[in-house]
Design a protein around this ligand. Structure first.
Ligand SMILES: *[C@@H]1O[C@H](CO)[C@@H](O)[C@H](O)[C@H]1NC(C)=O
Ligand SMILES: *[C@@H]1O[C@H](CO)[C@@H](O)[C@H](O)[C@H]1NC(C)=O
Length: 309
């Protein structure tokens, strides 16, 4: 039995209904207040996949592998004030091609996040990172598409925290804004807004969020402070919590487009010119798993692919 199969069977068993294992029920289209109970799976939001957690650790088997796709903008000569990302939450599906394809009892996931100083960790003396995003899941034994999990992770925090009272669904247009403009000792702010499924662009006249949440965090914890020199828009294949040794089978998210931009300390806006483009590459899952590009300096687009063809 595959470990992923075992985990989902265990998760189903602890849910207390043996009927759920044989007759998976679709998710109710409501948005319950108790979000925690709605997330049978969580991802392990490691900042550094190169740091082994156990002897079996093989998140990255080769130097050419990467768990991250997307774009990274490094600004050595100016400091970031805000970073924003707008994306439509993709639906998680079973891939139909590659080594992870078509496993009806499999767990598949993908994470989409925006971050400050969150990719090239250790490149700056502060060592802190801030990021926020949304994780999507598919579990064949739990009825298929699962409720997305929306989270933030501040400087010095070893793991993420789910936003309380803020839910999103596949198809919703969501905007994240990181406000990192304060100096050491101050605060950073994460704002998440959900515009729902009917809005095509947040600049539409009268586009008002259906719901929003604002989280204030200390800018420095345990000596970990932001340098404010790097912004990133990322698709990541993290391990599942409880299975830390390898990245989860990456869901087919078809494609994602982050509307992206930053403002600098002096108030000026900056596009993504000069950003480095990354792709998820994992040999065990078929090689290259994303095809990412920066479009017009304003969008980071990533398509889910398998291999280089
Ligand atoms: C993902 O889904 C899209 C749309 O259904 C499909 O065209 C594509 O081939 C799928 N990709 C993989 C890797 O399964
Ligand atoms: C979104 O569009 C659907 C279908 O047109 C409609 O039923 C629903 O009421 C709309 N929701 C909002 C919040 O406008």
């Amino acid at each position: 039995m595959k470990p992923t199969t075992l985990l989902t069977l265990l998760a189903t068993a602890t849910a207390g209904t043996s009927a759920a294992a044989t007759r998976p029920l679709p998710l109710a289209p409501t948005r319950p207040r108790d979000a925690a109970a709605q997330h049978p799976h969580r991802l392990l939001h490691t900042l550094t996949p190169a740091a082994p957690s156990t002897a079996n650790f093989r998140v990255l088997a080769a130097a050419t592998e990467s768990t991250k796709g997307g774009a990274v903008l490094t600004l050595p000569n100016s400091k970031l004030s805000t970073i924003h990302a707008t994306l439509r939450v993709p639906e998680a599906k079973i891939p139909t091609a590659g080594p992870t394809a078509n496993n009806p009892v499999g767990v598949y996931a993908a994470s989409f996040w925006v971050g400050a100083d969150a990719v090239v960790t250790g490149a700056c003396a502060g060592g802190g990172a801030l990021r926020a995003g949304v994780d999507i899941f598919y579990d064949g034994t739990l009825g298929g598409v699962q409720r997305p999990f929306v989270w933030y992770q501040g400087p010095g925090q070893g793991s993420e925290t789910g936003f309380a009272g803020f839910e999103v669904a596949a198809g919703d247009l969501v905007r994240f804004k990181l406000e990192v403009g304060s100096e050491e000792g101050g605060e950073v702010v994460v704002v998440a807004e959900n515009f729902g499924g009917n809005v095509t662009c947040v600049k539409d006249n009268g586009a008002v969020p259906v719901s929003s949440v604002r989280q204030v965090l200390p800018a420095s914890v345990g000596g970990k402070t932001l340098c404010r020199g790097e912004a990133a828009w990322v698709v990541e294949d993290f391990p599942l919590e409880g299975l830390p040794d390898f990245p989860v089978a990456l869901a087919n998210f078809t494609s994602v487009a982050f509307g992206a931009g930053v403002t600098l300390e002096d108030g000026s806006e900056r596009d993504l010119a000069g950003a480095e483009v990354l792709d998820v590459r994992l040999e065990a899952q078929g090689g290259r798993l994303t095809s990412c590009e920066v479009v017009d300096g304003k969008k980071v687009k990533c398509a889910r692919v398998v291999g280089d063809s």
